[in-house]
Design a protein around this ligand. Structure first.
Ligand SMILES: Cc1ncc(COP(=O)(O)O)c(C=O)c1O
Length: 375
């Protein structure tokens, strides 16, 4: 608290980012859903060839190089792309551009009950009324819950975080069709981690109210570059540019534009990494199931796992942390019995599983030792 801050800053509960250990600390880092593989070698090449003298000039506001690379890949026009400083910034601008503030409207923005924890922060920060729509068994989202609910907008992560579950394209179509006067944001931060992945981009031709948000942080291994984007109708994109130009006209620096375009254009490398992560996830799910964990089917580069009854999620999180393995524990009611575990390399996941097995066995041994003493 400070008397120099305004009321909003005094009252806001900001987003808490996952722990980033100090440089040089040796850990297995499975807590922030980053990609364990380095970015495409084309990224390094593009940075090596970058003319430093160009940094004296402001960058292209629309990051046209990046927008054109995305447009070519997705079969849309560059005017349908908005590039921002990470998808967090793109999402923040979406909330500011498409959703009404409490003063003008009493209609809420709908988001799933358990979802990306930045959404409620945006709602609070931009004074937007919010309604959380409950999930069902195993955190399943039912699209019919978003039909006939008065709202001024909808935001759904697909696959959802932290639950890892995805909904089908027909569900997204139903939500867009039933809410023609609201913008429906589909946050595809975790797109591509299914063998045959579906993307809501294919629905854009039918729904001018659909806005798909993506990031280069996950499948492109570029969390440190800070590049995210939205794909939508030209009308929605123009709105985002108006909001951007009322805040920061140059969100993507010149180096980031060059490197992002190089990563997007290296489709072969993207495919190789994506497949390796899916394989490592399958291994992790198999092994965690063997150890008594329960988890919904994951379509993302992480799993949302509930440990067996003998060890709580919190204890396991702390014990793993003490051994240099970081996973994410939220402690939020409704999900406090789960851990969110990012998928690393196969070797990292083998070390993770072997440590988890040790932790579970230690508790089992300790319990049977206590029983023996009682006998
Ligand atoms: C669902 C979801 N959306 C968006 C983001 C933000 O990604 P970035 O700002 O790195 O693009 C994250 C990050 O973890 C996320 O989990």
């Amino acid at each position: 608290m400070s008397r120099f801050w305004n009321r909003k800053i005094n009252e806001i509960v900001p987003y808490v980012a996952g722990e980033q250990p100090r440089r040089g600390t040796k850990v297995i880092k499975l807590n922030t859903n980053e990609n364990p593989f380095p970015p495409s070698p084309k990224v390094a090449e593009s940075i090596a060839q970058f003319d430093i003298a160009d940094l004296r000039l402001y960058p292209d506001t629309d990051a046209t190089l990046v927008a054109e690379a995305i447009a070519a890949q997705e079969g849309v026009s560059p005017e349908q792309i908005f590039v921002g400083n990470g998808s967090d910034e793109v999402l923040a601008l979406c909330f500011q551009t498409f959703f009404e503030t409490r003063d003008n409207s009493v209609l809420p923005v709908l988001t799933p009950e358990f979802s990306y924890s930045f959404y409620p922060v945006f709602e609070e920060f931009y004074n937007i009324k919010a309604a959380k729509i409950p999930l069902h068994e195993e955190y399943r989202l039912d699209a019919s819950d978003y039909v006939d609910v008065a709202n001024c907008g909808i935001c759904i992560a697909n696959p959802n975080a932290p639950t890892s579950r995805a909904i089908a394209l027909e569900d997204i179509a139903l939500i867009c069709r039933s809410n023609p006067d609201s913008v429906v944001i589909i946050d595809e931060a975790y797109a591509y981690f299914e063998e045959k992945y579906e993307t809501a981009v294919s629905l854009l031709g039918q729904f001018p109210n659909l806005c798909v948000v993506r990031t280069l942080s996950k499948s492109y291994s570029l969390a440190g570059l800070r590049v995210g984007y939205a794909i939508a109708s030209e009308e929605l994109i123009e709105g985002l540019k108006r909001a951007r130009d009322s805040f920061n006209s140059y969100p993507i620096d010149r180096l980031a534009q060059t490197a992002a375009a190089a990563a997007i254009n290296d489709r072969k490398y993207h495919e190789i990494c994506r497949v390796k992560i899916i394989e490592a996830r399958e291994y992790t799910v198999r092994e965690l199931t063997r150890l008594g964990f329960a988890m919904p089917e994951s379509s993302a580069n992480f799993v949302f796992a509930k440990p067996p009854a003998i060890i709580s999620a919190e204890t396991l999180y702390k014990n793993l942390r003490a051994k240099g393995i970081l996973v994410r524990y939220f402690g939020t009611p409704g999900i406090s019995d789960h851990l969110r575990i990012a998928i690393g390399t196969r070797e990292e996941m083998e070390q993770f599983i072997s440590q988890v097995e040790k932790e579970v066995t230690d508790v089992q041994d300790c319990n049977s030792c206590k029983e023996d003493q009682r006998d």
